[in-house]
Design a protein around this ligand. Structure first.
Ligand code: FAD
Length: 281
């Protein structure tokens, strides 16, 4: 973990593009509550459908127009070289300096058309097209990407992204700090010298969390899962327990030398703000 300690700490929040007017109002409210915390950036996810993709641009534009720093995600899934060139041009015009480059989740019922198969190819393309203009973030998986045949292969694939020019990484969420420590140590042993910022998923809704976790391979420890199940409809108790669990996790990560935290907000400020306050950030 030692190599991470030299990087300045960076805190950031993630949003997704809202689908309708209610969603837009909710997001505006979340931005109003989180902006005073002065995070390094607000990242905005990029989905598979055309409408949702346009939503990323619109959301990023709104964040930048408020004098805040936005970091759009770009995925390989369904994206051509021409699409990426066009996006990079539009983002430069908006004053964007940071991109999160990903493969993207593959649509279940359609082939993942596009010019890039993996995120390392997208990173290399962005570097070739725009030189050092963008700070490029990539994804990392302390608990191993669910499609990877082994931890060693997944680590080697992570290294490809760093060697292609990634500047820093944000992890998939996890609740086991040892998985993060081991991943960072493995990266250090390979000479991968970039900040690896833990992604933190606040716990506010058990069913939703269980669904996400099954999909992305993030393990909810049994003792946490059992307790969350036990709260049933008592959301106040569930959230209080969730805040305890995530606060302890973040404290351990920061004490071990994590270079910041990236909060998955699901467009709601409450849980991320509560965590921020508990951590005394
Ligand atoms: P990759 O790095 O390409 O890895 C995917 C898999 O392929 C891994 O198993 C890896 O081991 C393997 N692999 C990688 N490179 C190679 C190679 N060159 N040859 C062979 N195998 C290889 N999804 C979205 O759709 N939109 C978003 O906005 C979004 N934002 C995210 C933000 C963060 C911080 C994280 C952690 C995830 C996000 N995701 C998003 C989900 C992400 O797209 C999925 O986890 C996806 O399955 C993998 O993306 P990746 O960029 O890590 O892919």
């Amino acid at each position: 973990m030692n190599s991470q300690k030299k990087f300045p700490r960076a805190f950031s929040f993630e949003f997704f593009p809202p689908k309708d007017d209610d969603g837009r109002a909710g997001l505006r409210d979340a931005i109003n509550q989180l902006a005073p915390l002065k995070p390094k950036f607000f990242s905005v996810t990029f989905g598979a459908g055309g409408g949702i993709r346009a939503g990323t641009y619109e959301t990023v534009k709104e964040i930048q127009a408020r004098g805040l720093t936005a970091a759009p995600h770009i995925t390989c899934t369904g994206t051509t070289r021409a699409d990426v060139k066009q996006l990079l041009r539009s983002y430069r015009e908006l004053g964007i300096g940071r991109i999160v480059a990903l493969r993207g989740d593959r649509p279940k019922d359609a082939p993942a058309a596009g010019d890039f198969s993996h995120a390392n190819e997208l990173v290399a393309f962005i570097r070739a097209e725009t030189g050092r203009h963008f700070h490029i973030e990539v994804a990392a998986y302390p608990e191993i990407h669910p499609e990877a045949p082994s931890a060693a292969t997944d680590l080697e694939n992570f290294a490809r992204k760093v060697r292609a020019g990634a500047d820093s990484a944000i992890t998939q969420y996890f609740y086991n700090p040892d998985a993060y420590r081991r991943f960072v140590d493995d990266c250090e042993a390979l000479g991968l010298d970039i900040p690896i910022v833990p992604g933190i998923m606040p716990i506010t809704n058990y069913k939703q969390l269980a669904r996400f976790s099954d999909g992305c391979g993030a393990e909810i420890p049994r003792w946490v899962r059992k307790r969350l199940e036990g709260y049933g409809d008592d959301l106040d108790a569930l959230r209080a327990f969730g805040l305890d669990v995530t606060t302890a996790l973040c404290e351990k990560l920061l004490a071990a030398g994590a270079p910041g935290l990236h909060f998955y907000t699901l467009n709601r400020a409450g849980a991320a703000r509560a965590l921020w306050e508990r951590l005394g950030l």
